[in-house]
Design a protein around this ligand. Structure first.
Ligand SMILES: NC(=O)c1ccc[n+]([C@@H]2O[C@H](COP(=O)([O-])OP(=O)(O)OC[C@H]3O[C@@H](n4cnc5c(N)ncnc54)[C@H](O)[C@@H]3O)[C@@H](O)[C@H]2O)c1
Ligand SMILES: C[N+](C)(C)CC=O
Length: 490
């Protein structure tokens, strides 16, 4: 597989200014799969200068929106053309199954296609002016230079949610992928170059958060910062961005409740409760890790989950039989273990899992067994904090009001689900659930047409949908006096 393994600044593939590099590790076996430049503040500054210059020259923003849309559509076509290569690269980098990565690549191409179509539909509006002899109109313009920072769990998917709308609306940008999973983002920058994105418009800087990310967040030449990642980092970025009151979009974590009523279709609810958590070993912002189960079916429901979980096949993402891959890193594995220890210490009951697997072939990877805790209460750390691994907590409820109260008892508000065959009850619940996405009889579904983002401390702003492109525009009101004359006030 050919990959440039460099940064992309002002239309050129470059190493880091310092000459430093970083090894990228396969989480399945800890083998080095690539060595990439380790940029720092100096590389970020060079990329910001290129993006600033490109924006101020105005070539990209004044390119007809139909032409920008055509380039974004070509990127989608190239992603479809190179889908298999991209999917394998994503699995190599993240450990997720190739089948999951193939699904991600379809989603990613869909995002570029969706925003390609919207590029020339962001027109303004003529206001019915209350002032005689005047024209009042509203236009949408690009925000300017955009800093974009992404996490390691869905590297290219999260990047696509930022790249496509920024390009479609005529912004220039600097992307910083997670330092541990940069490979598919590098590849997509190759595709963007091939598709004809002009030099300086899209820049890629590789490196750590506290260097490259911090520079993007605090540099006054950056007009907007769009971040997807953890809540602690999000708060730091929000603070740094205040230096020049940057536009801010934050997609942060979640601790997502999944309410199961006794009248739900039992087998489907069991199956989807598992799907809702264990894809990518639970390393999903919207994983339904907080199961809230009606007391009358609790034992039967937990038994069904445990029986299924015991049969999970852990292994290489490249093995077709594998259902769950490893966690991303040794540090992350240690973090998940700590959360499980806290769960046990605080009195939750371990129904299954709670340790690393013992199979010899899994010892080099960062594997952790799918884990279910019962007898959980909302005050427990494991119920409130994001372990970001294959760990479910189960709480019980007796009334609809109690279920909704438990679901809302969180600093987060990213996503949630309700399983019932009573549609009126479902609608009553979702109306009270304080989350950016709520699924009825489904979980973890997302598509380009609908907005994604969080209530409460799960974030600010929205990605995807029309709102996801509006984030990349400034709204300008233009008032034109057709008959100017003196007022004689002074
Ligand atoms: N809401 C969503 O749509 C969504 C999607 C995916 C992941 N997430 C969240 O992401 C988190 C997991 O990802 P992670 O561990 O990569 O998150 P993280 O916050 O550790 O890192 C995310 C990115 O921020 C960078 N970064 C770190 N410190 C920084 C700093 N001081 N300034 C600027 N940038 C900095 C990192 O290098 C990385 O690129 C989870 O909390 C998950 O819920 C949210
Ligand atoms: C937003 N999503 C579900 C694609 C990835 C969250 O981690």
């Amino acid at each position: 597989m050919s990959l440039k393994n460099q940064q992309y600044i002002n239309g050129k593939w470059v190493d880091s200014i310092s000459g430093e590099t970083r090894e990228i590790i396969n989480p399945f076996n800890q083998e080095v799969i690539a060595t990439v430049p380790e940029g720092d503040e100096a590389d970020a500054k060079a990329a910001i200068a290129a993006a600033r210059d490109a924006f101020d020259k105005g070539e990209w923003s004044s390119t007809p929106a139909t032409e920008r849309g055509a380039i974004v559509r070509t990127i989608a076509e190239f992603i479809e053309r190179d889908k298999e290569e991209l999917a394998r690269l994503e699995s190599l980098d993240t450990g997720k199954t190739v089948e999951e990565s193939r699904g991600d690549m379809d989603d990613i191409a869909g995002v570029f296609r969706y925003y390609a179509e919207l590029a020339d539909k962001m027109g303004g509006e003529l206001i019915d002016s209350p002032v005689p002899n005047s024209v009042s109109k509203v236009v949408h313009e690009p925000v300017g230079v955009c800093g974009q920072i992404t996490p390691w769990n869905y590297p290219l998917l999260q990047a696509s949610w930022k790249l496509a709308p920024a390009l479609a609306t005529g912004n220039t940008l600097i992307m910083k992928p997670s330092e541990i999973t940069p490979l598919t983002t590098i590849k997509v920058f190759e595709l963007m170059e091939e598709a004809g994105v002009p030099a300086g418009v899209a820049n890629l800087v590789l490196g750590a958060g506290h260097t490259v990310g911090a520079e993007l967040s605090s540099n006054v030449d950056v007009d907007l910062i769009s971040f997807t990642g953890g809540i602690v980092t999000g708060k730091k970025i929000m603070q740094a961005a205040s230096v020049n009151v940057k536009k801010l979009a934050l997609e942060l974590g979640g601790k997502n409740p999944n309410i199961i009523f006794a009248d739900a279709d039992f087998d489907t609810a069991v199956d989807q409760a598992l799907n809702g958590v264990f894809f990518h070993a639970g390393q999903i912002c919207s994983a339904g890790t907080r199961l809230i189960v009606e007391e009358s079916i609790h034992d039967q429901f937990v038994d069904a989950l445990v029986e299924r979980v015991k049969k999970f096949k852990l292994g290489s993402g490249f093995d077709e039989a594998t259902q769950m891959g490893p966690l991303i890193s040794a540090e992350h594995l240690a973090k998940v273990e700590k959360y499980v220890e806290a769960g046990v210490k605080e009195g939750a009951t371990l129904a299954v899992g709670g340790r690393r697997p013992e199979e010899p072939e899994l010892q080099k990877g960062f594997f952790y067994l799918p884990t279910i805790f019962t007898n959980c209460t909302t005050d427990m750390t494991i119920v409130q904090e994001e372990a970001f691994g294959p760990v479910i907590t189960v709480e019980t409820f007796r009334s609809e009001e109690e279920a909704v109260k438990l679901a809302n008892d969180s600093i987060y508000g990213l996503a949630g689900g309700v399983w019932t065959n009573d549609i009126v009850k479902a609608e009553r619940c979702v109306a009270k659930m304080r989350m950016g996405t709520v699924w009825i009889n489904d979980f973890n579904l997302y598509f380009p047409h609908a907005p994604w983002g969080g209530f409460k401390q799960s974030g600010i702003g929205r990605e995807l949908g029309r709102l996801g492109i509006e984030e990349y525009t400034e709204t300008k009101h233009i008032f034109h006096n057709l008959k100017p004359e003196p007022i004689h006030w002074f």
